[in-house]
Write a protein that binds this ligand. Structure first.
Ligand SMILES: Cc1cc2nc3c(=O)[nH]c(=O)nc-3n(C[C@H](O)[C@H](O)[C@H](O)COP(=O)(O)OP(=O)(O)OC[C@H]3O[C@@H](n4cnc5c(N)ncnc54)[C@H](O)[C@@H]3O)c2cc1C
Length: 397
């Protein structure tokens, strides 16, 4: 059984939505900045700090760590508005979405005190150090090794596709700390300083020439014991527990929203084919948004809806691509990525970025396996869905 339930925003949630819209219109008026596509938008620490000043970074974290103790749904509302606006979210994105909740759940008290208030103030940035040359979907194949030394660990290996490593401060790296028969054991999450001696970051140009991905070479990098997250050897469980939080958010179905909106602004909907494409896009968003909101409600209720989140990401990222294709088919012109028209620029960027939507954060093939396996476990009634064992290849990014 998948637990999707329809829900409406409450009056208080709608008031927050209005507050975010007013803030964006005042702080970041249209035309004053180059809007970006979803979580791939620009990096602007000043803007992240302005959000922090409103209590909109780390907003679901406890007050004692600088958070606002708001709900997952409230964060959903803020994120949805930021992404619909094309706001520059990249500086704080990973720290706010992922590292904060990870450290709250598994970090030591000292790590929480050190990092969470800084995340909530927009003063520290993180990357995700999971993928490696031979470990993408099959994350348990990671070969980066951490060797025990006096006072900590020496880390050696190569991380790949590490978004933002060339500009971020820290990276949570999944490392092998012991050899075990079961390769899901013996993995540990370490917080690696990206400017530490022994770390080399090599940018990898993306299709459009921009540099965001990196190869991160780690050569005998020292990580002190106090930067081990959670338990040594429990990295696999910790890693997979993040999945529900990172898979079903608005960033999984809003990446091409602005292309459609800007099409409407610049070219209108006089054409019948355009009306059909727009109607389908609106209907698609409405449905996926309802599913995504439903997952946020489940998280607020204390569930870990991994299968539901996997399905939302699978549906959402395919929808983002389909909405883009429908608009692209309406445009006969050759596209110029440097065109004066914002619509053309966004369309060109989205065409180059779209193949990655169904890869980043776990490929759609893997997500279907996650959902199918959770359903199979439920049918057999062997394990409660929330505690279903992860697939060997279960993956995120
Ligand atoms: C834009 C973007 C940003 C990213 N950012 C980060 C980041 O910040 N940090 C990070 O660590 N990683 C990041 N990644 C990496 C991402 O997580 C991996 O690309 C992804 O998990 C797939 O791994 P892979 O590229 O090694 O492909 P592979 O695992 O080699 O997969 C190749 C193909 O085989 C299929 N396949 C593999 N195994 C199975 C299976 N068991 N069943 C069915 N099909 C299967 C896959 O679905 C895929 O189609 C990013 C990727 C992208 C595109």
């Amino acid at each position: 059984m998948l637990r999707f339930a329809s829900s409406e925003l409450t009056d208080a949630e709608l008031a927050l939505q209005a507050e975010v819209r007013d803030f964006l219109a005042a702080e970041l008026p249209r035309g004053s900045f180059a809007p970006g596509l979803g979580m791939s938008a620009a990096r602007d620490q000043g803007f992240s700090r302005a959000l922090a000043a409103r209590g909109w970074l780390g907003m679901a974290l406890p007050r004692r760590y600088g958070g606002a103790e708001r709900s997952v749904v409230e964060r959903f509302i803020v994120v949805e508005e930021l992404l619909r606006w094309g706001a520059p979210v990249r500086y704080h994105w990973i720290a706010d979405r992922q590292t904060g909740p990870l450290l709250l759940r598994y970090g030591s008290e000292a790590q929480r005190e050190r990092f969470l208030p800084a995340i909530c103030r927009g003063e520290v940035s993180f990357s995700i150090g999971m993928s490696e040359p031979e470990a993408g979907s099959d994350l348990a194949a990671v070969q980066t090794r951490a060797r025990r030394v006096n006072g900590g660990w020496r880390v050696s290996g190569t991380k790949l596709w590490t978004g933002g490593a060339h500009e971020n401060d820290w990276c949570v790296a999944l490392c092998r700390t012991s050899e075990e028969d079961d390769r899901h054991r013996g993995l540990t999450q370490l917080i690696v300083e990206l400017r530490a001696p022994g770390v080399s970051v090599r940018p990898i140009a993306y299709l459009d020439g921009s540099e965001f991905f990196n190869e991160v070479l780690l050569q005998e990098v020292f990580v002190p014991d106090d930067l081990v997250v959670g338990e040594v050897g429990a990295g696999w469980e910790q890693n997979t527990s993040e999945l529900s939080f990172e898979r079903a958010g608005p960033e999984r179905w809003l990446s091409t929203y602005l292309v459609v909106e800007q099409f409407l602004r610049e070219r209108g909907a006089a054409d019948e084919r355009a009306r059909v494409a727009l109607g389908e896009a609106i209907a698609g968003w409405w449905g996926i948004r309802a599913l995504s909101l439903s997952v946020a409600r489940l998280l607020d209720a204390g569930h870990a809806p991994a299968a539901e989140a996997a399905l939302v990401k699978e549906l959402g990222t395919r929808f983002e691509q389909e909405a883009l294709d429908a608009i692209w088919r309406l445009v006969p012109d050759d596209l110029d990525p440097a065109a004066e028209s914002l619509f053309e620029r966004l369309l060109a960027a989205a065409i180059l970025g779209a193949p990655s939507f169904t890869i980043r954060g776990g490929t759609n093939e893997i997500l279907r396996s996650v959902a199918a396996r959770a359903l199979r476990i439920q049918r057999a009634d062997r394990v409660r869905p929330d505690s279903g064992e992860p697939l060997p290849s279960e993956r995120r990014a």
